[in-house]
Design a protein around this ligand. Structure first.
Ligand code: F6P
Length: 321
């Protein structure tokens, strides 16, 4: 190999910096020059490369966000954008690319590999955890813990005032954050995009609790739930049962913050694994960790496979209320 570039794409996730550090130092250990691509695929198209030395990635392991910035690129969806990106890599003497992002980013990366023969190694980084081929994505654990700490705080005031809260967490198409934060926070109900929501059943549950004297409740909803967002659900509960209900949208607070130890360690392992995949000639592929083992799978498996929610957690979400 001649040189490796690394980019972060899609929504940022805590631990992306730890991964950039790992990719950089793993490649330097193999005597390869390393470049950071600024602004994701947008920067790849425009040839925005910055050479990374060991010291450039010092003191970033513990920081949220991404020092090379992330972006969602419309131009990269076009064949002309991908051709320009391949030409930028070629003229900079770079023949290996590490893409840290979610399955949408891997889709684009796969086209770049197929159309132009670029060797791409994908590293799953998104708070949503909705990437097949890895038990956990980089950023998921931190996002869950951020949501959990917010739920705990809301629980205090909900209990003090005997109120009902609907708390919305991120996840347009996936309920992983809602499920784990909801279970960890003891939510009375967890509404997930993967499972049709029955608001009538929710009202019965809340009324039963009230009749037992349990006046405060927490409902956790993923932003992509079929019954609507937190504000809409709160309004519907008010209409259907006259329940006064407060809505809290956690939003982008879940995307920031210092990564947990689990995310830092996962990011460090997967960054190294991506460089090894490039060195071994295994690219294009995505790396992941399943049951403690590092694996390589085709990039396409990240969107062709549908990662299931943990069925035990789904069962417990309604059993323990
Ligand atoms: O994919 C990560 C994610 O945070 C989703 O949970 C959320 O729906 C989306 O990104 C928000 O994207 P943006 O920051 O572009 O609004």
């Amino acid at each position: 190999m001649k040189g490796i570039a690394v980019l972060t794409s899609g929504g940022d996730a805590p631990g992306m910096n730890a991964c950039i550090r790992s990719v950089t130092r793993s490649a330097l250990a193999a005597d390869l020059p390393v470049y950071g691509v600024l602004h994701g695929f947008e920067g790849l198209i425009d040839g925005c490369f910055t050479r990374l030395a060991r010291s450039d990635v010092s003191n970033i392991l513990q920081r949220g966000g991404t020092i090379i910035h992330a972006a969602r690129s419309e131009r990269f969806l076009q064949p002309s954008g991908r051709a320009a990106a391949a030409a930028s890599l070629e003229s900079a003497g770079i023949d290996g690319l590490v893409v840290i992002g979610g399955e949408g980013s891997f889709h684009g990366a796969d086209l770049l590999a197929k159309e132009h023969g670029v060797k791409v190694a994908g590293v799953p980084g998104t708070i949503d955890n909705d990437v097949w081929g890895t038990d956990r994505t980089i950023g998921f654990d931190t996002a869950v813990n951020t949501a959990l700490s917010a739920i705990d705080r809301i629980r205090d005031t909900a209990a003090a005032h005997e109120r009902l809260f609907v708390i919305e967490v991120m996840g347009r198409t996936a309920g992983f954050i809602a499920l784990e934060a909801g279970i960890g926070g003891g939510a009375e109900s967890i509404l997930l995009p993967e499972i049709p929501t029955d608001l009538g059943r929710l009202v019965s549950l809340l009324e039963r609790r009230r009749s037992e004297g349990r006046l405060s409740s927490i409902v956790v909803v993923a932003e992509g739930d079929d019954a609507g967002n937190a504000v809409q659900i709160a309004e519907k509960l008010q209409e259907m049962a006259g329940l006064t209900c407060h809505a809290t949208v956690l939003g982008h607070v879940q995307r920031g913050g210092s990564p947990t130890s689990l995310d830092r360690v996962l990011a460090t392992k997967l960054g190294w694994a991506a460089v090894q995949a490039l060195l071994d000639g295994a690219a294009p592929c995505m790396v992941g960790e399943v049951a403690g083992s590092l694996l390589r799978n085709p990039l396409s498996s990240s969107w062709l496979g549908r990662k299931p929610l943990d069925p035990v957690l789904v069962h417990l979400s309604s059993l323990l209320v």
